[in-house]
Design a protein around this ligand. Sequence first.
Ligand code: 6PG
Length: 253
Amino acid sequence: MANKKPNMQILPDQEALAQRCLELVLKTAKDAIDTNGIFCMAISGGQTPKRFFELLSADQQSLSFPWDKVHLFWVDERYVPPDSKYSNYKLAADTFLKKVPLPKENVHPIPTKNKDFNKSAREYEKTIRSVFKIKPGQKPQFDLIMLGMGSDGHTASLFPNSNACFDTNDIACVVYLLDQQLPDEMVNRITLTHPVLCDARLLAIIVSGEEKAPILKEVLETDPEDIRYPIHLLWPAIDRSIWLVDSPAAKLL
Ligand code: 6PG
């Protein structure tokens, strides 16, 4: 099946990309709150969203935003304490969470305190079901899920050949990476599953930097191969996705 082309916007540089992310989030959130009185968003970690997160806490529009109607979740988390430098929660806490009036009870980090990783995954699912008011077996529909893409074509913690690529029953699952290239703190993860990602009203995939140019070209020009390029697991939601890419990452397109 030839690849359908995703809806893509190319921004001149990282700063413009971060500004565009902010604009998208504020608009999507306003629409959701106007319609349903609540905005549920899941964010990723890694380096790409850092500048956008900083704008969330610095931009005037963002600071006057109805944060009391926002519920914030994480797409995935490394299985480390929340104060670890590897923690996706810490990245958000340090860049915007401590500076915006988002009620503490509306912030839903992925638990990483249990010795049994699966217990944490189940706790996270319980929180999600409670906020979305859904029963076991039902899936949450996030208003917006913000994703990155790794140089190996992974997204969230859906890594090539990982168990997570096959999990279609859970809302969140544990991922055990056998990749020896990663530090120990990054090899055990909890992630939202791809059916949950694909159910989002809107998926924003953010890609930045020259080092992502080869993989971006590869995933867009290769027929879908979900296990080799887990970003292809999002193809069922391609019509509800927007790719925000800076020029260095888009240079081979
Ligand atoms: C994580 C992220 C992951 C990230 C990609 C891209 O926990 O690392 O959720 O999926 O989005 O690895 O990472 P960069 O933005 O650092 O390139």
